[in-house]
Design a protein around this ligand. Structure first.
Ligand code: NAD
Ligand code: LMR
Length: 329
């Protein structure tokens, strides 16, 4: 039997946690031969609900689940962690932008970054889901400076999946026929779903969807506003699809990306495409299967895409300025 992999999840009693945990414990994410030690982190008011979640996990009798630690102590929660999934934070309500949460959620990621730095395993990887996830990830990473910047990720896979689904529906093809769909920029209403470099059955999207006005207009807007549309319909933000996207993000980082495709994740910019170094920005990426990702170079954004991407990068810089007091030098 392999040594258990330590997986820490914040906000474990929340909606996303509820969808995420059984899939991790069952082996879907880290492999059918990989035992898991779960460290479930909640704030004090969430601890009672978390006990219920633990009871349910126990009642599943998962063969791969070695242990469960439920805690509100960050040092316990991140002790020896190999993968930290930072979900815990307040979701937005109808009428809010995700960045309106910075004042409430930003501070959470200072303490979490510091605790990860103090306690995590040498090979730790961190995926931030809690919104606004790009800038929260920047805050956590900046407060854990001994952990290399290539270990930090924020989730834009849900936007990729939404964009693929929307293109597939319009083109009358299956989701799996849509590839190379990059989300550029921020997980926000400025994100750019790159229809110009996406492919359908290996061909340009324009071959299947000739209406450029739809692609530039309703398509982009629908992806940018999908989170808000779900909040309007459910009265709660997306959870099942968010948990699924988190799982796919981790799976993609742990597998070799086929040379002809790419996936979206926000990661610390290395200066590619003129984006300020260190800014947590979404790009097309490929993984070598070692839990890291590299930015695909030389993708031609075109004039339209460059303007859209720049708008989103500008917003990321504005968010960074808003949290300057949470970013140590
Ligand atoms: P939720 O309110 O159902 O659950 C959040 C949980 O986090 C709660 O149980 C709460 O007690 C806990 N929590 C709050 N502060 C915490 C802290 N400091 N430490 C540990 N736990 C803490 O919310 P949810 O629907 O699970 O969403 C969680 C976050 O994920 C929200 O910020 C939401 O906007 C975001 N989200 C991001 C994406 C994305 O694509 N990046 C998609 C969906 C949701
Ligand atoms: C989403 O995209 O569904 C999440 O980021 C939740 C939200 O606030 O939109």
């Amino acid at each position: 039997m392999k040594k258990a992999l330590v997986v820490s999840i914040t906000g474990a009693a929340g909606q996303i946690g509820y969808s995420l945990l059984p899939r991790i414990a069952s082996g879907q994410v880290f492999g059918a031969d990989q035992p898991i030690a779960l460290r479930l982190i909640e704030i004090e008011p969430g601890m009672k609900a978390l006990q219920g979640v633990v009871m349910e996990l126990n009642d599943c009798a998962f063969p791969l689940l070695d242990s469960i630690e439920a805690t509100s102590d960050l040092d316990v929660g991140f002790d020896g962690t190999n993968w930290a999934l930072l979900v815990g934070s307040v979701p937005r309500k109808a009428g809010m932008e995700r960045k309106d949460l910075l004042g409430i959620n930003g501070q959470i990621f200072v303490g979490q970054g510091q605790a990860i730095e103090r306690n995590a395993a040498d090979d730790v990887r961190v995926l931030v889901v809690g919104n606004p996830c790009n800038t929260n990830c920047l805050i956590a990473m900046s407060n854990a400076q001994s952990i290399p910047s290539d270990r930090w990720f924020a989730m834009t896979r849900l936007d990729e999946n939404r964009a693929k689904s929307a293109l597939a529906e319009k083109a009358g093809v299956h989701n799996r026929d849509v590839t190379n769909l990059a989300i550029w920029g921020n997980h926000s209403s400025t994100l750019y779903p790159d229809f110009e470099n996406a492919l359908i059955k290996g061909e340009p999207v324009s071959k299947f969807i000739p209406e450029r006005a739809w692609l530039e207009g309703d398509f982009i807007k629908s992806v940018q506003q999908r989170g808000a549309a779900i909040i309007a319909a459910r009265g709660l933000s997306s959870a099942k699809s968010a948990a699924h996207a988190a799982i796919e993000t981790v799976q993609t980082l742990r597998a070799v990306t086929p040379a002809e495709d790419w996936h979206s994740v926000a990661l610390a910019s290395d200066g590619s495409y003129g984006v300020e170094k260190g800014l947590i920005c979404s790009f097309p990426t490929r993984s070598k299967g070692d839990g890291s990702a590299s930015i695909v170079q030389s993708v031609d954004l075109g004039d339209f895409g460059k303007v859209k991407f720049q708008q989103s990068v500008t917003e990321l810089l504005e968010e960074k300025a808003m949290v300057a007091d949470l970013l140590p030098e």
